[in-house]
Write a protein that binds this ligand. Sequence first.
Ligand SMILES: [Zn+2]
Length: 83
Amino acid sequence: MTARMSGALAVDFGDGYEIKRGDLTGHIEYRRPPRAVYACLRCGTQEGPVTGPLAVRRFVDTVRAVHATRCHPAAPITERQAA
Ligand SMILES: [Zn+2]
Protein backbone atom coordinates (compact mmCIF):
# COMPACT_ATOMS: atom_id res chain seq x y z
CA MET A 1 0.00 0.00 0.00
CA THR A 2 1.26 3.41 -0.90
CA ALA A 3 0.67 6.31 1.41
CA ARG A 4 -0.61 9.30 -0.47
CA MET A 5 -0.86 12.89 0.61
CA SER A 6 -4.57 13.57 0.85
CA GLY A 7 -4.70 16.74 2.85
CA ALA A 8 -2.78 19.68 4.18
CA LEU A 9 -2.62 20.22 7.90
CA ALA A 10 -1.51 23.70 8.85
CA VAL A 11 -0.61 24.39 12.47
CA ASP A 12 0.25 27.77 13.87
CA PHE A 13 1.77 27.28 17.29
CA GLY A 14 0.88 30.79 18.28
CA ASP A 15 2.91 33.26 20.21
CA GLY A 16 3.18 32.87 23.93
CA TYR A 17 5.42 32.72 26.92
CA GLU A 18 5.69 30.47 29.91
CA ILE A 19 4.96 31.99 33.28
CA LYS A 20 8.01 31.44 35.49
CA ARG A 21 6.80 32.53 38.90
CA GLY A 22 3.74 32.46 41.11
CA ASP A 23 0.63 30.32 41.11
CA LEU A 24 0.60 29.95 37.33
CA THR A 25 4.18 28.69 36.97
CA GLY A 26 4.42 26.53 33.89
CA HIS A 27 1.24 27.96 32.42
CA ILE A 28 1.58 29.34 28.90
CA GLU A 29 0.18 32.80 28.39
CA TYR A 30 -0.68 33.38 24.73
CA ARG A 31 -0.59 36.70 23.00
CA ARG A 32 -1.76 34.83 19.89
CA PRO A 33 -3.32 31.42 20.55
CA PRO A 34 -2.32 28.28 18.66
CA ARG A 35 -4.47 27.57 15.65
CA ALA A 36 -4.87 24.66 13.26
CA VAL A 37 -6.73 24.04 10.05
CA TYR A 38 -6.92 21.03 7.75
CA ALA A 39 -7.65 21.31 4.05
CA CYS A 40 -8.57 18.09 2.28
CA LEU A 41 -7.15 17.84 -1.22
CA ARG A 42 -9.55 15.11 -2.27
CA CYS A 43 -12.94 16.69 -1.52
CA GLY A 44 -11.89 20.31 -1.06
CA THR A 45 -13.38 20.54 2.42
CA GLN A 46 -11.72 22.49 5.18
CA GLU A 47 -11.87 21.32 8.79
CA GLY A 48 -11.41 23.89 11.47
CA PRO A 49 -9.87 26.26 12.18
CA VAL A 50 -9.65 25.44 15.85
CA THR A 51 -7.91 27.67 18.37
CA GLY A 52 -6.37 27.07 21.76
CA PRO A 53 -3.62 24.68 22.83
CA LEU A 54 -5.84 21.75 23.84
CA ALA A 55 -8.14 22.04 20.85
CA VAL A 56 -5.19 22.22 18.47
CA ARG A 57 -3.51 19.17 19.99
CA ARG A 58 -6.71 17.13 19.80
CA PHE A 59 -7.37 18.35 16.26
CA VAL A 60 -3.89 17.40 15.04
CA ASP A 61 -4.23 13.94 16.58
CA THR A 62 -7.64 13.16 15.17
CA VAL A 63 -8.49 15.31 12.16
CA ARG A 64 -7.30 12.90 9.47
CA ALA A 65 -9.27 9.99 10.92
CA VAL A 66 -12.31 12.16 11.65
CA HIS A 67 -12.30 13.69 8.21
CA ALA A 68 -11.90 10.30 6.53
CA THR A 69 -15.33 9.35 7.88
CA ARG A 70 -16.95 12.25 6.05
CA CYS A 71 -14.68 12.69 3.05
CA HIS A 72 -16.82 12.31 -0.04
CA PRO A 73 -15.01 13.65 -3.08
CA ALA A 74 -17.48 14.71 -5.71
CA ALA A 75 -17.48 12.47 -8.75
CA PRO A 76 -15.89 14.03 -11.81
CA ILE A 77 -18.49 15.86 -13.91
CA THR A 78 -18.01 13.56 -16.89
CA GLU A 79 -18.92 10.52 -14.76
CA ARG A 80 -21.98 12.23 -13.32
CA GLN A 81 -23.25 13.11 -16.78
CA ALA A 82 -22.74 9.54 -17.97
CA ALA A 83 -24.77 8.09 -15.09
ZN1 LIG B 1 -11.96 15.09 2.13
